[in-house]
Design a binder for this molecule. Structure first.
Ligand code: ASP
Length: 333
């Protein structure tokens, strides 16, 4: 068996099947996750519901979420698992209980896997270490959102013409430029995508003003470039991924929104002039009229709802991966 970084993650003390960062996934791991996603999606409901029948999965959410939380929960239920949701708003977390103690409590109650969203970067590592359970990172601060990058990849593979979704390797996305625009600095979605997509051959162009896109973003790795002029960036795009300005993380930073909209909003005129064929993506929640116009969000180029549906499917595979000790091979999918 080829040693993978996933193996290294295991030997560092994190349970196999954890997904804390996209950097722990080899290209073969990505291929295996996408292949399992396809197989699980094709199964009859009655067959799918047996895959994790009766297994206990805890969703631990310290930050708001609509898509990620609901899709993980529905994915788990479609596999037959029992789920429980613990949110910081209505639990002993409000009384000051630590992440570690909350995790140990969930484990004592029989949780076999924890899906964690947390405002602090690195929190999923702490939880995985202290509980020994497989942990799926559902977004940690400004760090990563690995399952979002995988669902974005699947959306691109299905929607960008000419790609071979059945063959995942270092060249699968060769010739594809993905322009990620907006609040890159605070975006875990941008980080995970910028670290994953180039490994499959994509070129990632980051676009935004200096306040939201520091030069240090180039440290995300090979295949990542910065282009501050949105029109110039769009002219090279097969995919335009738009991001929300993360007000909750701006920490006093003042932005001239009128100027931002003029320079960076994806609207119909700009799309028609610069990238009429580009696939439009957004991880949500989107602020219509700010980073994206309603017409573009609802228009024919938009894959935004499809992204949500791919999220549900990809997360079924991540849950099966987390809870099957022998990897996907031990599960008849
Ligand atoms: N839903 C994404 C996240 O949790 C993007 C966002 O919040 O803007 O990171």
């Amino acid at each position: 068996m080829t040693p993978t970084i996933q193996g290294a993650v295991k030997s560092l003390g994190y349970a196999a099947g954890s997904l804390l960062t996209v950097t722990s996934l080899s290209v073969e791991d990505v291929a295996a996750i996408l292949a399992a996603t396809d197989r699980i999606e094709r199964m009859a409901d009655a067959e799918r519901v047996r895959l994790l029948a009766g297994r206990r999965i805890a969703l631990l959410f310290y930050e708001s979420s609509t898509r990620t939380r609901t899709s993980f929960e529905l994915a788990a239920k479609s596999l037959g698992a029992i789920t429980t949701l613990v949110s910081d708003k209505s639990s002993s977390i409000e009384k000051g209980e630590s992440l570690k103690d909350t995790g140990l409590t969930l484990r004592a109650l029989g949780a076999e896997c924890i899906i964690l969203r947390h405002a602090n970067s690195g929190a999923p590592y702490l939880l995985a270490k202290s509980t020994g359970l497989p942990v799926l990172n559902a977004g940690d601060g400004m760090h990563e959102h690995p399952s979002q990058a995988l669902l974005d990849l699947r959306t691109i593979l299905v929607r960008v013409p000419g790609l071979n979704a059945g063959r995942i390797d270092e060249k699968t996305l060769a010739g594809v430029t993905v322009v990620i625009t907006g609040d890159i600095l605070h975006s875990r979605v941008a980080r995970s995508n910028a670290m994953l997509l180039p490994r499959l051959g994509a070129r990632v162009l980051l676009c935004g003003p200096k306040e939201l896109l520091p030069e240090s973003a180039l440290g995300l790795g090979a295949g990542v470039e910065i282009e501050r002029d949105f029109d110039k960036a769009l002219k090279q795009a097969q995919v335009a991924m738009m991001l929300r300005i993360q007000r909750e993380r701006l920490a006093g930073l003042e932005l001239d929104l009128g100027d931002y909209i003029a320079r960076y909003q994806l609207n119909e005129e700009r799309l028609a002039a610069c990238a009429p064929g580009a696939l439009v993506m957004h991880p949500g929640p989107m602020i219509r009229g700010l980073e994206i116009s309603g017409e573009v969000a609802d228009g024919p180029n938009s894959a935004i709802e499809e992204q949500v549906r791919h999220g549900l499917s990809v997360r079924t595979a991540l849950l099966v991966r987390a809870l099957s000790t022998g990897g996907f091979e031990s599960v008849t999918v």
